[in-house]
Design a binder for this molecule. Structure first.
Ligand code: HPA
Ligand code: ZN
Length: 353
């Protein structure tokens, strides 16, 4: 692995490995900010905004977080997001995430947000974007986290609805760096959004898409060939198609993998069955992320720790690779990537010395 000495990293005791996973600088590239809304904040905002919830208290809401698949999660996730009405709500949600991210040594975060979930309830897109952008600016100023926003289209809605959302968002173009595609995957293939993604690329926006979480490898092929994405979100089902794995490796196409999400949404029966080691062995540019941390049992460091604890074949070399990939796969300026990479190397060089 590059120029770092191998043996001290392989031999690192597991408790020191866990400390390293927590301590190393990292970027988070797959976090739905609405999925960071903790039950306590849901109830606080519900009360402040006079929104009625279907659950009597935090405990009852948390108890409902037993999902059988992606759709069963999305139903609860959209219900939770219904408490977000004002610019200040969006700011408060994102700020709470940044405080958690700082504690996990996240130095850069690219946040997904779902404007259609809010505009459908009469919330102005300006309040969504300006509130989130304010939190991003403050995260940089006060926490040293570089942060940007990626607007996601809901794939269960039409392409025309995505175009309308893009139009509404364009006055705030300076506040987001790209677009993504999320929500119910099965039955909503990437090619449904071919024209709107083409327009976004023309506008100079970065483009990413969820593909191969529950959907088949064909959705990953089409995200690449039709949407021309720069990263695949999830993508774990690529392992079913060796030619696809080869292509992803050859192109160094990043996969933003979310281990706890995959187990909670039953993509895998258990963490021990996760494809992460196979993806890394295939030389893919894998990045670890939390997806919807308030719903899936943990933030980014919990994802690292849960994966490494359940998969004993992963060692400190893999930790280094994952952190390095997170910087490489980000849309941050090259100078920032270089600086974070030096900080990462310093942490590992200390260990190996
Ligand atoms: N998959 C698809 N859409 C989503 C997710 C997810 O894990 N989280 C929030 N929207
Ligand atoms: Zn996601």
């Amino acid at each position: 692995m590059n120029d770092l000495p191998r043996d001290p990293l392989v031999a690192l005791p597991r408790d020191r490995l866990v400390a390293l996973l927590r301590e190393m600088p990292k970027a988070e590239l797959h976090i739905h900010i609405e999925g960071s809304l903790e039950p306590e904040l849901i109830f606080k905002l519900a009360q402040r905004n006079g929104v009625a919830l279907a659950y009597p208290n935090v405990e009852a809401l948390r108890a409902a977080y037993a999902f059988s698949d992606l759709q069963s999660f999305l139903d609860i996730y959209y219900a939770g997001a219904s408490v977000l009405l004002k610019e200040a709500d969006f700011f408060e949600m994102a700020w709470a995430y940044f405080e958690r991210a700082a504690a996990d040594n996240v130095v850069h975060a690219e946040l997904f947000f779902d404007p259609q979930t809010h505009t459908a309830r009469g919330v102005a897109i300006e309040d969504v974007i300006v509130g989130l952008a304010h939190a991003c600016r403050r995260a940089h100023a006060e926490l040293g986290i570089s942060a940007s926003l990626i607007l996601c289209f809901l794939r269960h809605l039409s392409e025309d609805a995505a175009f309308a959302t893009l139009e509404q968002a364009l006055p705030y173009r300076d506040h987001f760096i790209g677009v993504g595609l999320d929500s119910s995957e099965r039955g909503h293939p990437p090619e449904k959004f071919a024209r709107v993604f083409a327009r976004c690329r023309e506008l100079g926006l970065h483009v990413v898409a969820h593909a191969g979480e529950e959907g088949p490898p064909a959705y990953i092929w089409n995200a690449l060939d039709v949407l021309k994405v720069e990263r695949i979100d999830h993508g774990v089902r690529c392992v079913e198609d060796p030619a696809l794995v080869q292509r992803l490796a050859a192109e160094r196409m990043p996969l933003t993998v979310c281990p706890l999400s995959n187990v909670r949404l039953r993509v895998y029966g258990s963490m021990a069955e996760h494809a992460l080691p196979a993806l890394l062995d295939a030389g893919l540019c894998v990045v670890l992320n939390s997806d919807d941390p308030a719903y899936f049992g943990g933030y980014i460091n919990e994802n690292f720790v849960a994966a490494f604890e359940a998969l004993p074949q992963l060692d400190a070399r893999h930790a280094y690779t994952l952190a390095r990939n997170s910087f490489e796969a980000s849309f941050a300026p090259a100078a920032d990537k270089q600086r974070w990479r030096r900080e990462l190397d310093a942490v590992f060089t200390r260990l190996a010395g």
